[in-house]
Design a protein around this ligand. Structure first.
Ligand SMILES: [Zn+2]
Length: 258
């Protein structure tokens, strides 16, 4: 059906519930039991989790996907994606795409910590997964996507250093992912959703898809459908600030709009 809409859910951290009390802000963070409740809802309502490759095949009309298809994204490559999220997803027979910051995984693999600037949490120094963890995600049929080397805002990078600076970010991150995982990455997510038409043009030859990121309150869900450009894949940011009612609305809206 041409009017089909596919929700793409973006998460950052999934933490054990007792860790939530220690978090100053819940931006970019959700507790394990709330996350489990959401995955239960998806499964019970008959939604099937598909990969970003399947989303792109559907978008380019190479493949039909189930009427109730949803994609799951986890940004940055945080350690908890491997230790907390992946086992929960496995329980439900679900897989996801993890968009990794290569500087973070390089640091973790060398036993160092790495601070990054994020839209959700500000400047933070939290544990990243290492490349062995990323390999374990691949072994569990997850996909690995690119998310730059340093998690810079691409528009800032372009303003400071022009096209070359932007290309350095993606060529560096692609080369490291290829070296560590033997993988050519197909999918890219813009850190903090920071992009421009010029940057889209620069990145278009490198990736099959460029994913946006945005987060606004009150929540307004928007969807990826056949009118969506592969250079502007839309998504829903989900964290503990999203009520369960609003979460369910992602799926009822996606169906009602069809
Ligand atoms: Zn990010």
């Amino acid at each position: 059906m041409s009017e089909q809409r596919v929700p793409i859910l973006v998460y950052h951290h999934v933490y054990p519930d007792d860790m939530l009390a220690t978090c100053e802000s819940l931006s970019g963070i959700i507790g394990q039991s709330e996350f489990q409740r959401q995955m239960e809802y998806i499964a019970q309502e008959g939604w099937q989790v598909i990969s970003m490759t399947a989303v792109l095949d559907w978008l380019t009309r190479k493949r039909v996907v189930p009427d109730r298809a949803v994609a799951m994204n986890f940004d940055n490559g945080w350690l908890d994606t491997r230790t907390v999220t992946m086992p929960i997803m496995q329980e439900f027979g679900m897989k996801a795409t993890c968009y990794v910051i290569t500087d973070g995984l390089e640091a973790a693999s060398a036993g160092r910590s790495q601070s990054v600037r994020t839209q959700t949490e500000g400047v933070v120094e939290r544990p990243f997964m290492d490349w062995d963890h990323a390999r374990e995600l691949l072994d569990a049929n997850w996909e690995i996507g690119a998310h730059t080397a340093t998690h810079c805002k691409m528009t800032d990078k372009h303003a400071a250093g022009g096209d070359q600076a932007v290309l350095w970010e993606i060529e560096t991150s692609n080369a490291i992912i290829e070296k560590r995982l033997g993988l050519a990455v197909d999918h890219f997510a813009y850190p903090s959703g920071s992009r421009s038409i010029r940057i889209d043009e620069l990145l278009a030859p490198y990736y099959r898809s460029l994913r946006l990121w945005h987060c606004e309150f009150p929540i307004q869900w928007s969807f990826t459908d056949h009118a969506t450009s592969r250079l502007a894949i839309d998504c829903q940011n989900v964290d503990a600030r999203v009520s369960f009612e609003d979460f369910k609305r992602i799926f009822t809206d996606a169906q009602e709009l069809q």
